[in-house]
Design a protein around this ligand. Structure first.
Ligand SMILES: O=c1[nH]c(=O)c2[nH]c(=O)[nH]c2[nH]1
Length: 315
């Protein structure tokens, strides 16, 4: 618009940008039995000739934010995610070169790092074809917790962890569930299973007359058994995985009698890429943050009384 044609306005538009923020894209690459994860949070901000949509509401220059979201997921399939930089460059170039009014694209990406869970040598219940490398723990330390109570005579020690995020990119199904008139969930025979483990375990030690457990070693071992049980369980529900994690700890650690889990089911939905002529062969997922299923239970040694409060959210 030239200066002559621009209507004079008492209030003018300053810097502006728009796009879809925080597109949570998870890409699984299957290299035979070995799976690789790329887990990104991608925010798109576009700017250019966007005066009219602000002044008059004309959308003639507006590529919908919904389209920018679809582009992120379609590009994950079409171009893969080699690195956050390569992926962001692809996207930015696409928006600026394909849409005349768009003069600048800013792509911000957070990448969440994952490392493989080392499985146990002999304990695994998986055999042969099941033994895929598909289990990951998110990098970054979990928070370790403990609560000590003493009444002058008896001790109660409850320890545990929170924010330990784990994912299996296969070996998880969910089907055969109750269906009523409101049920729309499709049965899943190969889904992602991901959760952020919050676990509190109670030590049987309660008297100064008994030897104290080695707290450092016990924590390390409980964490290890929990992770290995997660990785080595072929899961038909998160509830089953929860029980497996708890029973592995109770069976392997004589000093622990009870364990309480709170497991959010971090849903990963397959993105429908059909509208873009692309087949999504269990590769590109939308990682939803809410709502989430919340699976909670106590697992305890037979013959012991539960003592961990059910709603112990923070120690
Ligand atoms: O492992 C699961 N347990 C459930 O109870 C449940 N419910 C649901 O919708 N998805 C799942 N997944």
């Amino acid at each position: 618009m030239t200066d002559q044609s621009r209507p004079s306005r008492p209030v003018i538009l300053g810097q502006n940008q728009y796009g879809k923020a925080e597109n949570r894209v998870v890409k699984i690459t299957r290299d035979g039995n070995t799976h690789h994860i790329k887990d990104l949070n991608v925010s798109v901000a576009l700017s250019g000739e966007m005066e009219e949509v602000h002044y008059s509401g004309s959308n003639a220059h507006v590529l919908p934010t919904d389209t920018t979201k679809n582009t992120v997921y379609a590009f994950a399939k079409e171009h893969g995610i080699e690195s956050a930089e390569q992926f962001g460059i692809h996207l930015a170039r696409h928006f600026v070169t394909s849409q005349e009014p768009i003069r600048q694209a800013r792509i911000r990406i957070e990448e969440y790092a994952w490392e493989r869970i080392e499985t146990s040598d002999g304990d695994s219940t998986l055999t042969g074809a099941d033994e895929v490398k598909h289990s990951f723990v998110r990098k970054g330390q979990e928070t370790r917790l403990t609560q000590i109570t003493f009444d002058g005579e008896r001790w109660q020690v409850i320890s545990g962890l929170k924010d330990l995020t784990v994912m299996n990119s296969t070996n998880s199904e969910f089907w055969g569930f109750v269906k009523d008139e409101y049920t729309t969930l499709k049965e899943a025979h190969d889904r992602i299973l991901a959760t952020e483990v919050s676990a509190k375990w109670r030590y049987s030690w309660s008297s100064d007359d008994a030897p104290m457990p080695n707290w450092e070693n016990s924590y390390r071992q409980a964490r290890k058994h929990l992770l290995q049980a997660f990785a080595e369980t072929y899961s038909l529900s998160l509830q089953q995985t929860l029980y497996q994690m708890g029973s592995r700890i109770i069976n392997s650690r004589g000093e622990i009698d009870e364990i309480r889990f709170s497991l959010p089911n971090k849903h990963h939905f397959l993105v429908d890429l059909e509208p873009f002529g692309l087949k999504n062969d269990n590769e590109v997922y939308f990682a939803a943050d809410r709502p989430y299923g919340l699976i909670e239970a106590t697992v305890l040694r037979d013959g012991t009384e539960p003592q961990i409060p059910v709603d112990l959210t923070n120690l």
